[in-house]
Design a protein around this ligand. Structure first.
Ligand code: AP5
Length: 220
């Protein structure tokens, strides 16, 4: 099992880029944000616990998240590459999870940090629309659907995430700086951090990541 992280602030393009990489490279995409939104939709115990934090733009408690990821990786773990989007998000999550990865003789092989200027992040988040049925991600002006409000892929209804209101976006960006940025040093010290300019057109960013994920570029 190879483990690749997609790190970066809200709006950097983690979900959009992960979707493109699944189609191009066959990686398995695990997004803690998507898992939590699904748990909220189903009204499960984890979902009920998570919903309040998500609405406020705060992080869901570390043990809940780490348990959720561990369960998913144990069920799915084969020989493939796992792309984790939005996890870990605190040093404590990294510490707890890397101990359990070690027990499976696995480690973090690469950690991509997607970077974009603050104003661009806010512009992207306020215009984001997501498909209620299949989760495809659009933007009202940057990446619009062919028909307003309707998903090109499955015909589902597009909606605005409740945490994409301007005040909550500001809070999420502040939480990222405080809780997640310290993780960058952690992965820099492990020699696996790769900084990627995510302010470019989507295709350029995806092409660069595909080159890193190609077999010839992989470390053993
Ligand atoms: P999560 O769903 O992970 O949200 P996030 O990290 O805030 O990231 P986003 O999904 O907002 O942005 P993104 O980088 O994926 O950007 P996207 O591709 O959509 O987490 C939500 C919440 O869940 C958290 O606040 C927290 O409460 C909880 N949570 C999740 N994980 C947790 C964890 N590990 N620990 C604790 N709590 C956790 O793109 C954004 C927009 O830009 C889109 O409209 C897209 O179309 C557009 N766009 C993207 N790329 C480009 C481009 N190159 N050019 C033009 N437009 C672009």
């Amino acid at each position: 099992m190879r483990v690749v992280l997609l790190l970066g602030p809200p709006g950097a393009g983690k979900g959009t880029i992960a979707e493109a990489l699944v189609g191009r490279t066959g990686v398995v995409h695990l997004s803690t944000g998507d898992m939590l939104r699904e748990a909220v939709r189903q009204g499960s115990a984890v979902g009920r616990q998570a919903e309040t934090y998500m609405k406020r733009g705060e992080l869901v408690p570390d043990p809940v998240i780490v348990r959720m990821v561990e369960e998913r990786l144990q069920v799915g773990a084969g020989g493939g590459t796992y792309l984790l989007d939005g996890f870990p998000r605190t040093l404590e999550q990294a510490r707890l999870w890397e101990a359990s990865l070690g027990r499976q003789q696995a480690r973090v092989n690469l950690a991509f940090l997607l970077e974009a200027p603050h104003e661009l992040l806010v512009q992207r988040l306020t215009g984001r629309r997501t498909c209620r049925r299949c989760g495809a991600i659009y933007h009202v002006t940057n990446i619009p659907p062919k028909q307003a409000g309707i998903c090109d892929l499955c015909g589902g209804e597009l909606y605005q995430r409740p945490d994409d209101l301007e005040e909550t976006i500001r809070k999420r960006l502040e939480v990222y700086r405080r809780e997640t940025e310290p993780l960058l040093r952690h992965y820099e010290r492990q020699g696996v951090l790769v900084r990627i300019d995510s302010s470019r057109p989507l295709e350029d960013t995806v092409a660069e990541l595909v080159r890193y994920l190609e077999p010839a570029a992989r470390e053993s």
